[in-house]
Design a protein around this ligand. Structure first.
Ligand SMILES: [Zn+2]
Length: 419
């Protein structure tokens, strides 16, 4: 507990910035044993919710949390912040007002780097969290974006404005869309539908002079010998970057390894249109393997390990999803289904095969919980909330659409090496 007015920070890693007068607190990560042979969330760590004057430590905010944030310039509660045992500080972006959907990761170094910032709509809360950690306006050196999908990068312009010294680091294949996000916003509005306004918000532009567009294997110097390696890892998106931190043996994988929310026992691949590319995705996993990391930080959500088993599972899941989608597509053609009906059939088949049963609806009598969730108030109970999280960021229908497009382009010879 921090006394009012004191600066208090307890963390396993070395913290190099302290804002005078700021009340900060980060709980020491209490790491539990990792079961051998199993892929686990890497740390059962203690959460700290940083509030003015006190540090309260508890579990992540519950599903029915009253958290409501918007990018309206008002004062916001800082988001849950968690320091892992390797010093990586996870900041919950509170995407859609929900915990455990999208994380930003702050790397503590002489030149601190934030990896991912989340969507524009909830960026005020993330900025509040960075301030509560003691980061002054001149302290952030880098915002690193694994890719420019709005759930990862939508708030980049706001971060650039709040931290005038920060360089926004993005793939050379995605940079121009951040400087002039009109096309990005227009295509995102088409993909997300109503969620564009209610969950993401429009990406605000990053001044071109603030962007650093990087190529494969470029390095980012964080000072004191700490260097991040940036790998071009297409598959989920053509312009995807993986961030390797050799100092702690970690990879920040964005969406390239898949999605595994707390409570899920296995990864789900993220295969959205229009750029999903199986071979590129598999090559990207191989490139991570070559770095032999111990731990992988998923944007959705949190660290998983051991990394070699995670990468094997990611590969297996990618192959299975493509295989099931291909069978379902062929079946649809046999049945004479085309267009939306073909997509429906593939999505339903994937849903049936890979559905993650939300815990709270297991006893509900075997109904199709995915359909039921359409009408559910997502804050009603833990089950519908889990389902809502998954649907928000790893919707089976979006995966089906991406897989169908991939199969079509593969079979018509339209694929390039990247997507
Ligand atoms: Zn993405």
């Amino acid at each position: 507990m921090a006394a009012a007015g004191a600066v208090s920070r307890v963390a396993t890693g070395a913290i190099t910035w302290v804002a005078p007068g700021a009340i900060t607190g980060v709980a020491t990560a209490a790491i539990s044993g990792v079961a051998t042979g199993a892929i686990t969330s890497a740390a059962t760590a203690t959460w700290a919710t940083v509030t003015a004057g006190t540090t309260s430590v508890g579990r992540p905010r519950s599903a029915s949390s009253e958290v409501a944030v918007s990018n309206d310039g008002e004062q916001h509660d800082p988001p849950p912040v968690l320091t892992h045992d390797d010093g990586v500080i996870a900041i919950d972006t509170l995407t859609a007002g929900m915990t455990d959907v999208t994380a930003g990761y702050l790397i503590d170094a002489p030149r601190p780097a934030l990896i991912e910032c989340g969507p524009a709509l909830t960026i005020a809360s993330v900025l509040q969290g960075l301030a509560a950690l003691g980061l002054g306006p001149n302290d952030l050196a880098y915002l690193v974006l694994t890719h420019i999908h709005l759930d990862h990068a939508g708030g980049a312009g706001d971060v650039a404005a709040a931290f005038p010294n920060a360089t926004v680091v993005v793939s050379e294949h995605g940079a121009r869309h951040l400087a002039e996000p009109d096309r990005l916003n227009a295509s995102s509005a088409r993909v997300y539908g109503p969620l564009f306004d209610t969950v993401y918000g429009a990406c605000t532009p990053v001044p071109a002079a603030r962007l650093r567009s990087v190529a494969d294997r470029d390095e980012l110097d964080l000072g004191a010998g700490r260097v991040l390696e940036l790998l071009h890892t297409p598959g989920h998106a053509k312009h995807h970057l993986g961030v390797v931190d050799p100092d702690i043996g970690a990879v920040f994988s964005g969406d390239s390894v898949g999605v595994q929310l707390p409570g899920m026992t296995e990864l789900r691949p993220a295969t959205p249109p229009p750029e999903f590319h199986l071979d590129a995705a598999l090559r990207s996993l191989d490139r991570y393997r070559q770095r032999a990391p111990g731990r992988i930080y998923l944007a959705h959500y949190g660290p998983v390990e051991p990394a070699d088993a995670v990468l094997d599972q990611a590969e297996e899941q990618l192959r299975r999803w493509v295989e099931v989608a291909e069978q379902a597509r062929d079946e649809a053609h046999t049945l004479g289904l085309t267009g939306t009906h073909e997509l429906d059939h593939v999505a339903e088949t994937l849903q049936h095969r890979f559905h993650v049963q939300p815990p709270a609806t297991e006893e509900a009598g075997g109904g199709d919980t995915a359909d039921d969730a359409d009408d559910a108030d997502v804050t009603d109970d833990a089950g519908s909330l889990d389902d809502a999280r998954l649907r928000l960021l790893n919707d089976t229908r979006a995966n089906a659409a991406g897989l169908l497009r991939y199969l079509h382009r593969r079979d018509t010879g339209e694929l390039t090496a990247l997507g």
